[in-house]
Design a protein around this ligand. Structure first.
Ligand code: CTP
Ligand code: MG
Length: 166
């Protein structure tokens, strides 16, 4: 059971980043409106303030977890949260990059890519600094996240924070 809980603990900075990116999203697109072979590199859904807001909110979440759960297997703190959130926001950018290359417009849904790009980024960055949940924890995160993500986006849509309900 603990490995599932630790899996969740690991991914909280990534969820926080993903949620705060919606709240802090601004106008300046990370790709500066530039195109690659006629299609936007990333699109209007990826902004500088959304990226930075997400990363720092995720880092703050890491600091908070470290404060509340002093004994946690990742030694979670601001720095660890920062790395996980940076991975999440980079994974999110990579997901949008792939969507644009495949010809999907900003906001069009691609099942599993939309829900798991940021989780994959968080896991890869975690791996690089030697913090990862157990195998069971990772599987748990991968199964749970698509449901949580769709649920959270539905709420964000109802609260008019997001233009699309997915
Ligand atoms: N957001 C942002 N900057 C980021 C990531 C997200 O400003 N780096 C904000 C944008 O307002 C975006 C919203 O959070 O519309 C939701 O993010 P996401 O669903 O990933 O973006 P989409 O608009 O669906 O675009 P894409 O098709 O590229 O996924
Ligand atoms: Mg996305």
């Amino acid at each position: 059971m603990f490995e599932f809980a630790y899996g969740l603990l690991f991914i909280i900075p990534a969820y926080t980043a993903s949620g705060f990116a919606v709240l802090s999203g601004g106008r300046i697109a990370i790709d500066f409106n530039k195109k690659l072979h006629g299609k936007r590199i990333l699109g209007d859904g990826k902004t500088v303030s959304g990226f930075l807001g997400g990363v720092f909110a995720g880092a703050a979440a890491g600091a908070f977890i470290g404060f509340v759960f002093v004994e946690n297997p990742f030694n979670m703190d601001f720095y660890t949260g920062f790395i996980i959130a940076l991975g999440a926001m980079s994974g999110d950018l990579t997901g949008s990059f792939i969507k644009r290359r495949l010809g999907y417009e900003r906001g069009e849904s691609v099942f599993l890519l939309d829900q798991l790009d940021f989780v994959a980024g968080a896991l890869i960055f975690g791996y690089l600094v030697n913090i990862l949940p157990s195998f069971g924890g990772i599987i748990f995160i991968l199964i749970l996240t698509p449901f949580l993500h769709l649920f959270a986006n539905k709420i964000a849509y109802l609260w008019r924070l997001k233009k699309k309900p997915w």
